[in-house]
Design a protein around this ligand. Structure first.
Ligand SMILES: Nc1ncnc2c1ncn2[C@@H]1O[C@H](COP(=O)(O)OP(=O)(O)OP(=O)(O)O)[C@@H](O)[C@H]1O
Ligand SMILES: [Mg+2]
Length: 248
């Protein structure tokens, strides 16, 4: 997080509409490399759209998005694939491939993006599953996993290529507090190892535990950004309402 290192992610005046529905209106923020940034906001405020813009799956209508100082706005798909290779993402629904085993799910990005020999791919997939406490599930099918196990498998897959930036969309949704706490710990470990984290969550205790900074999206704008203590001290009613809630 030195001063001369470019931010891992920078949004500069990003706006995005779908039809006449303005989702993001001139949103700017910066996430220092190696820090953890939690995005909060009510349902439908554009949190997932924000994450999808970070990985270039959705392009902004205006504004610019920089990854490690590199402008990815309007970038060609081949270059974008290269940038994306350094990012791991866990979508809201874990999105595992149901027709292949848990181990092959984690191996998938390795097969797709590296030339590693099969035994090495499998060894790495196994190691990533071990990191999330799922080693024994290597040969199982995703349908045999619980919700929390699916999330952990999705996380192992997101981490398969040792990404610099990890994006996670609602890691604790639908999980009991203990399992959700375990996922938080896995994310905190990644952050400790120098990974930049962007976590979308409705779970305020999680955001407090994980985030160096929290940002609140509301009606197209980033209405607050700061440490949990700074947001706690905010006088904005919407910020207060969020910070005092227990989340889901
Ligand atoms: N590909 C798309 N085409 C059209 N509208 C979209 C598309 N993706 C998202 N939207 C709209 O953009 C708005 C923001 O969606 P988004 O998925 O980012 O919400 P969210 O903050 O992640 O909500 P939740 O907490 O429920 O996951 C919603 O109104 C949604 O319907
Ligand atoms: Mg969402």
């Amino acid at each position: 997080m030195s001063g001369d290192q470019p931010a891992a992610v920078r949004f500069e005046g990003v706006s995005k509409s779908f039809g006449d529905h303005v989702v993001l209106d001139d949103v700017s923020f910066e996430i220092p490399a190696g820090s953890a940034f939690c995005i909060l906001g009510r349902s439908g405020t554009g949190k997932s759209v924000t994450l999808k813009q970070v990985i270039g799956l959705i392009q902004p209508d205006s504004g610019r998005i920089f990854i490690h100082g590199q402008d990815i706005t309007g970038m060609e798909s081949r270059d974008l694939t290269e940038v994306r290779r350094k990012m791991g993402f866990l979508f809201q629904d874990a999105a595992l491939f149901d027709s292949i085993s848990v181990g092959e799910n984690v191996a998938f990005p390795l097969r797709r993006h590296t030339d590693l020999p099969n035994h090495e791919v499998l060894a790495r997939a196994r190691a990533k599953l071990k990191d999330v406490g799922l080693e024994e599930a290597f040969g199982q099918m995703p349908s045999e996993l619980s919700g929390g196990m699916r999330k952990r498998c999705g996380l192992a897959r997101a981490l398969a290529l040792d990404p610099d930036i990890v994006l996670v969309d609602e890691p604790s949704a639908g999980l009991d507090p203990i399992t959700s706490g375990e996922i938080d710990q896995l994310l905190i470990e990644q952050r400790r190892e120098g990974v930049t984290l962007i976590v979308v969550t409705h779970n305020i205790p999680s955001a407090r535990a994980i985030g160096d900074e929290l940002a609140l999206l509301h009606e197209g704008h980033l209405v607050a950004q700061g440490t949990a203590d700074e947001l706690d001290a905010s006088r904005e009613p919407i910020v207060q309402a969020f910070m005092r809630s227990r989340g889901t």
